[in-house]
Each structure stands twice: as structure tokens, then as C-alpha cells.
Ligand binder design. Structure first.
Ligand code: UDP
Length: 235
């Protein structure tokens, strides 16, 4: 059983069929899935939410100052964090949104020790605003926050992909599932887990990563209880 975990959700988990924007229905389903998995466990959960359903600096900001484009992306993640908070609280779970970019009217500022205190009190902490710095992604935020709050593991949630393969299983029917790998193997074999900056940080600090299918029934619950699900990456 893990004590404290960090769950990384891409922004697309909040989008409906179109893959764009925030769907309240989809977000409500997601929130029920997460709160259901947590129920009755003592696990402390922190979430880093991405923003790709709204804006990706590099893609949507073509022709703009890249830093400005990235700041827009970070603001998007706060919108997602608020939507997820709303849905999680409707599902009965107390939460706090903490933003790396000060936005006092809608979110607490990110203060590490305060985040840990919320977790100890059983609140789910949702980190918005990425790192508060451009030229990063929310994968790096997941690693950074996980290390800061002393999480046991980073859980990289995937949408109907059950873990890491040696090539893209959607394009290659011979793709082989990888149940376990070291950080170094992931780097050397260029396996798709998280972006390179985030992965390097995990490798340097020995932070374990699990890549798993969030929508396979009971997966998150089993993971929180310490069962092996998906692909485990550790040193
Ligand atoms: N972003 C950033 N710094 C960060 C985190 C995010 O500049 O620390 C920006 C970046 O433009 C990124 C966007 O926010 O493209 C959305 O985040 P991300 O692509 O990680 O979202 P996800 O793919 O997880 O939904």
C-alpha cells in the first residue's frame, strides 16, 4: 500500500469526444472514478493536471513569443484544475487547488508545506499552473511536485493504453508490452513514458513511475493498494 502518490492526468481526460475543451460530464465521470478508488484507503493523493485539451504552447502558439504561448498553456491547466475540483467535491471528496501562478481569487498559491498539510488531512491536492515557468510541460511538474511532497511514486494515467510498449501498439500489432524497466532503459530505448526532462529528473532521484490504463476497471484502486498494474519503471 502506498502512503502518498502523485497522479498525472493529461488535460485530454477532461475533454469529451471532441478531444478539446472541458466536458462537465466527462470530468464528473473521471472524478467519480478517482474518488471511488480512494474511498476507504488511507492513501494521500496529489494530482497534477495538464492542459493539452485547451492549449499546448508549442502547437497552438505558432508565431507567438514561445514563452507567452507557454504561459497561456499554464493558465489553461488552472482552468482544468478548477473543473476537476468542482467535480471531485460533487463526488464528495474535499480538495484544494494550488497554483504555481498566483491567482488568489480562485486557487491557493503553491506552498510546499501547506500542500503536505492538506494531504495529511485527507484532502486531494490538485496542482495547477504547471511549474509556473515556460519551456516545461506538466510531466516535469509531476516529477517535481512528487519529489517535493515525498510521494512514493508518480502514476502516469493513460487513456486505454495499458502501459509501455517497445513500439506504438496502435500502429504495430507486433508491439511488445514491457512490464518493468529501469529509467535508464527507458531513456536508451526511447520508450514513451514522459518527456525527457521529466524522465531524467526521475532517474536522477530514483523516483518510481507507473504507466497504466486509468479506464481499465479497478486499476487505480489496485495500484493504490500496492498491486502491480501496468508498467513499473524503477532504478
Ligand atoms: N506549460 C508550461 N510550463 C509548465 C507546464 C506547462 O509552460 O511547467 C505549458 C506548455 O505550453 C504546455 C501547456 O502548458 O504545452 C499544457 O501542458 P501539457 O502540454 O503538459 O498538458 P498535457 O499534455 O499533460 O495535457
Amino acid at each position: 500500500m502506498f502512503k502518498r502518490v502523485l497522479l498525472k492526468l493529461s488535460g485530454e481526460f477532461l475533454a469529451g469526444e471532441s478531444g478539446f475543451g472541458i466536458s462537465p460530464d466527462t470530468t464528473a465521470q473521471l472524478a467519480r472514478l478517482i474518488t471511488g478508488a480512494l474511498e476507504g484507503t488511507e492513501v494521500e493523493l496529489a494530482i497534477v493536471i495538464g492542459g493539452g485539451n485547451l492549449w499546448r504552447g508549442a502547437r497552438n502558439g505558432e508565431g507567438m513569443d514561445p514563452a507567452t504561448a507557454d504561459y497561456i498553456g499554464m493558465l489553461g491547466t488552472v482552468m482544468n484544475a478548477m473543473a476537476l475540483q468542482d467535480a471531485m467535491e460533487s463526488a464528495g471528496r474535499p480538495t484544494r487547488v494550488m497554483s504555481a501562478i498566483q491567482m488568489a481569487a480562485v486557487a491557493e498559491p503553491y506552498i510546499r508545506r501547506r500542500a503536505m498539510r492538506h494531504l495529511e488531512k485527507g484532502r486531494v491536492v490538485i496542482f495547477g499552473g504547471g511549474n509556473g515557468a515556460p519551456f516545461f510541460t506538466t510531466d516535469t511538474t509531476s516529477t517535481l511536485r512528487a519529489l517535493e511532497i515525498g510521494a512514493d511514486v508518480v502514476l502516469m494515467a493513460k487513456n486505454r493504453v495499458d502501459g509501455v510498449y517497445d513500439s506504438d501498439p496502435r500502429k504495430n500489432s507486433d508491439a511488445k508490452f514491457i512490464a518493468q524497466a529501469t529509467h535508464r532503459e527507458v531513456v536508451e530505448q526511447r520508450l514513451e513514458v514522459m518527456d525527457a526532462t521529466a524522465l531524467t529528473l526521475c532517474m536522477d532521484k530514483g523516483l518510481p513511475i507507473v504507466v497504466f490504463d486509468l479506464f481499465q476497471d479497478g486499476n487505480l484502486r489496485r495500484l493504490l493498494e500496492g498491486e502491480r498494474v501496468g508498467t513499473l519503471i524503477q532504478t
